[in-house]
Design a binder for this molecule. Structure first.
Ligand code: NDP
Ligand code: MG
Length: 385
């Protein structure tokens, strides 16, 4: 029996993790966390009967304690850390949180010698160096759920790193791939949330429309696979069938293909290195797909991809500023306080703001990252609210 400790169970990835767990009697959901969605949390409790639950708000714990008194409750950011440290046999930690809040519990899980199945890409964007160093020291694995990175993880299994010429990750182009830059001035929140290929949480769907997501994914791949970011290439591929490719030095290119269904990377992460049959996952029929298209990704059309690469190359805490500014800007856009095109401007200005540059001096640590994150996020959120 594998005991799953799931952060972010009420979200898009969390829900699909539960789908996979349901199909395999080997897995038991021992503990989970949620943010605001108490109704969904109650349904999860009734179906899976976990023994520990983490909520973001104490008033939700008061409500749950009355209905389910036998569960152990933990709260907030510290609660997330307690949850990943929960003393159970064969623990499987899955981080499906969104945003910087996912960093500390990831670090704590690794410190406890636990492998982490990671959907929460923001943890790697802001803390990739520390996370991967800790993982190496503790001999634990970080297994990605992000589809492109799962693809690379599968492709690189058993291969020699020295033989790689480059990694390629694909981008569907998001909701506005057929619009010019000028046309973006008037787009709405509803349009931005209408992703052509994937059903995901709101934040990542907006990140796909701005292409910040692909910038984050380059950083994520850089840390996961320990490769220079210039050797990781994003290309446009509107069908989202090929998720990733590896080009070896002899010119041979391997591609990972599958339907756009996150159940597959989730199950692979759980069953690594096995590829088990699961009827949940829709099979790929290339004769039905017909054609696959690939195009160069223009940094002029999608400047945030280049901004992300530059932030990584600049080092220090530039990626923390990048991520915090993006989290604030996306929230402001979802609350209809700023326009779509302002997201990009806010991020670019934050990266240049002298107020934050002092943080780039000296060594990087988790506390410094989270302090800067809070500062940038709060400054920007309240400035535009
Ligand atoms: P969702 O917004 O759907 O879910 C996020 C989860 O985190 C929810 O359970 C939410 O709780 C919880 N949460 C949010 N904020 C907090 C907080 N401050 N404290 C505690 N819990 C919190 O996100 P997704 O599932 O779409 O994405 C999760 C991660 O996976 C992201 O990093 C994303 O980039 C990545 N990813 C997602 C993909 C997808 O298909 N969705 C694909 C590839 C990567 P509640 O809902 O109860 O408020
Ligand atoms: Mg992805």
């Amino acid at each position: 029996m594998k005991n799953v400790l799931l952060l972010g169970a009420t979200g898009s990835i969390g829900t699909q993790v539960l789908d996979v767990i349901r199909t395999n009697a080997e897995y038991c959901l021992k503990a989970f966390s949620f943010g605001n969605n108490i109704e969904k949390a109650k349904k999860i409790i009734e179906e899976f009967k976990p023994t520990m639950v983490c909520a973001s708000h104490s008033y939700d714990i008061d409500t749950l304690e009355e209905e389910y008194p036998d569960i152990e409750y933990v709260i907030g950011d510290i609660g997330l850390q307690t949850l990943v440290s929960y003393d159970v046999e064969n623990p499987v930690v899955i981080n499906a949180l969104v945003g910087a809040v996912g960093l500390m519990p990831t670090a704590v899980a690794i410190d406890n010698g636990r492998d982490v199945i990671l959907a929460n890409k923001e943890a790697l964007v802001i803390g990739g160096e520390i996370i991967m160093q800790k993982a190496q020291e503790k001999h634990v694995k970080i297994i990605p759920i992000d589809s492109e990175h799962s693809g690379l993880f599968q492709l690189l299994e058993g291969k020699n790193k020295e033989d790689i010429n480059k990694l390629i990750i694909t981008a569907s182009g998001g909701a506005f791939r057929d619009k010019t830059k000028e046309e973006l001035a008037t787009v709405t929140k509803e349009e931005a949330l209408n992703h052509p290929n994937w059903q995901m949480g709101d934040k990542i769907t907006i990140d796909c429309a701005t292409m910040m997501n692909k910038g984050f994914e380059l950083i994520e791949a850089h840390y996961l696979f320990d490769l220079d970011i210039d050797k990781i290439e994003p290309i446009l591929h509107r069908e989202s069938i090929v998720h990733a490719m590896v080009e070896f030095k002899d010119g041979s290119v391997f591609a990972q293909m599958a339907t756009s269904d996150m159940h597959l990377p989730i199950q692979y992460a759980l069953e690594y290195p096995h590829h088990l049959k699961n009827d949940l996952i829709q099979k790929l029929d290339l004769t039905k797909v017909g054609n696959l298209h690939f195009e160069e990704l223009s940094y002029e059309r999608y400047p945030l991809v280049k901004v992300a690469k530059d932030a990584l190359k600049a080092g220090g805490l530039q990626c923390t500023i990048l991520n915090a500014a993006n989290e604030a800007a996306v929230k402001l856009f979802l609350e209809e306080k700023i326009s779509f095109v302002e997201i990009e401007k806010i991020i670019i200005n934050a990266l240049k703001n002298p107020k934050y540059q002092g943080f780039n001096e000296g060594a990087v640590n988790l506390m410094k990252i989270m302090t800067l994150h809070e500062m940038v996020y709060n400054d920007l959120y309240y400035q535009y609210s």
